[in-house]
Design a protein around this ligand. Structure first.
Ligand code: HEM
Length: 476
């Protein structure tokens, strides 16, 4: 069929050349080159694949649609384009072709039904630099090494989640955080203390200890990662398995003992450092920004906060800290968290995927190598899926008995399929219990006359609240 479609080009070319013999090169070699070139172009046109690509805005040569993003983030533009082009939209940034998925049915079709096709990550100079040449999980392309690391990290996190590791981590972290809050006088920006609380949870997962951090928080984190391998080299961490890091080291040791060169080459110290970086990088910002949005939203909705206090105080009784076993009795707290994650999706455009082969979504062709973005913001504000999507209403997650109802399909903060967030099983209980623990101790409110700016900052890939101040009134 393609041969038939392209045949007119040949006829037109031959017609055009009739009577123009003087245009042709005189030498035999020149004529051979010309005929060869024409034959090459013809073969290209005949074999060139025709795709039924998704609709989208026209772009400028070289720049594509880049200029459209001067005053808007990717998720805002995609949401706007959804009205015009539908749930699957194609656009270009420079030479990179990007397809945005704006509705839950097409997201599930791509990420779950065709998960193997959409499991890649684009490899740019910047991502390769960040991931030490693709050695980490978040930015690594789909490969046997990525699979191995994802599997090991999942196993190590699962190990961490057994027993009472999480309860201990929550208590240690809240003890330090609550003490810091109590030191503060008057309204203050909770950014640092919330960061400290989350940092200590993640630090506890990876290294089994909590620490103090002040302004040099980032330096401390990097310092820990840098010095970790020195400590390992000195045999410092060769204890029993207490944390995620030990579990990774144990796997490396097993591979060495079995002298499995294949696994050993993929379990280098550089890989382990990257995996620890994955946990810090992916777990830290997402969790603290979720908690910061939730505290702000609760301060704006004292009635909802009152209901949350009633639940937490009733379930915890005289206890200061919640534990994993309390979770099923704290549905309202969980619903508040889910609603906060919906309203303020902290990873609004997800992490870009890449197609590993020619594939399809929503009836359109998606060529191999296309960058694909899930618009989590659009899923979480879809007026066809949510009543009053811009209103904060935790009740939408509860059934008539006040228990957590079945998850609404269009709630997808952790994504789905082969690249689903590796930390989902940690983040959910961690945030649930941290929120319950903070609410056990404090009532939060906005300082009198405070004007809250809920415009997020952070660009296309992170949704961060603006700086704000809260008053923490001690309850116990
Ligand atoms: C509120 C908390 C969190 C949210 C909303 C969140 C969300 C996400 C999202 C949207 C992705 C991209 C999935 C995709 O590519 O389709 C992701 C990936 C990832 N997340 Fe999370 N995350 C959270 C917490 C965590 C935590 C606590 C950890 C670690 C303990 C973690 C580890 C990871 C890793 C390693 C990946 C990369 C997975 C891969 O590429 O295969 N995340 N997360």
């Amino acid at each position: 069929m393609e041969l038939m479609e392209n045949a007119p080009y040949l006829d037109q070319l031959l017609d055009f050349l009739k009577g123009k013999e003087e245009w042709l090169p005189r030498s035999l070699t020149g004529r051979a080159v010309l005929v060869g070139s024409i034959a090459g172009v013809t073969v290209y046109l005949i074999t060139k694949k025709r795709y039924n690509l998704p609709p989208g805005p026209r772009g400028l040569p070289l720049l594509g649609n880049l200029l459209e993003f001067r005053n808007a983030s990717i998720y805002e533009k995609l949401t706007e384009w959804r009205a015009k082009y539908g749930p699957v939209v194609k656009f270009n940034i420079g030479h990179i072709t990007i397809v945005g998925l704006n509705r839950i049915d097409v997201v599930m079709e791509a990420m779950v039904k065709r998960q193997a096709d959409f499991a890649g990550r684009i490899q740019l100079y910047s991502t390769l630099l960040l991931s030490d040449g693709g050695r980490n999980i978040v930015l690594g392309d789909y490969s046997p090494t990525w699979k191995l690391h994802r599997k090991l990290a999942t196993k190590a996190l699962r190990h961490y989640m057994t027993g009472n590791h999480l309860d201990e981590g929550i208590e240690r972290s809240l003890t330090k955080g609550i003490a810091k809050i109590k030191e503060m006088k008057g309204p203050f920006n909770p950014h640092d203390v919330v960061s400290l609380i989350v940092f200590n949870i993640i630090n506890n997962i990876c290294f089994n200890f909590t620490c103090e951090i002040r302004d040099n928080y980032f330096k401390d984190m990097l310092h820990i990662l840098d010095t970790f391998l020195d400590d390992f080299g000195n045999g410092f961490l060769y204890n029993d398995i207490r944390d995620f890091c030990d579990a990774l080291l144990a796997t490396q040791e097993e591979a060495c003992q079995e002298e499995d060169p294949d696994v050993m080459s993929q379990m280098s110290d550089r890989h382990i450092t990257q995996t620890l970086g994955d946990i810090f990088g992916a777990g830290m910002d997402t969790s603290r920004h979720t908690l910061l949005w939730t505290l702000l939203t609760l301060a704006q909705h004292p009635d909802i906060q009152d209901k949350l206090h009633t639940e937490v105080d009733h379930v915890l009784g005289g206890r200061e800290f919640p534990s994993v076993s309390d979770r099923s009795n704290l549905p309202y707290t969980e619903a508040v968290l889910h609603e906060s994650m919906r309203l303020h999706s902290v990873v609004p455009s997800g992490i870009p995927h890449k197609t590993l082969c020619d594939t399809k979504v929503g009836g359109y062709d998606i060529p191999k190598g296309t960058t694909v973005i899930i618009n989590h913001y659009a899923l979480h504000h879809d007026p066809e899926q949510w009543t009053d999507p811009h209103t904060f209403n935790p009740d939408r997650f509860l059934d008539q008995n006040g228990k957590m109802a079945t998850k609404p399909e269009s709630w997808l903060p952790f994504s789905a399929g082969r690249r689903v967030c590796l930390g989902e099983s940690v983040a959910k209980p961690e945030l649930h219990l941290l929120l319950a623990g903070i609410m056990r101790h404090f009532k939060v409110s906005l300082p009198p006359g405070a004007k809250v700016n809920t415009e997020p900052r952070g660009g296309s890939f992170a949704n961060i609240p603006q700086d704000y101040e809260l008053t923490f009134e001690s309850k116990v």
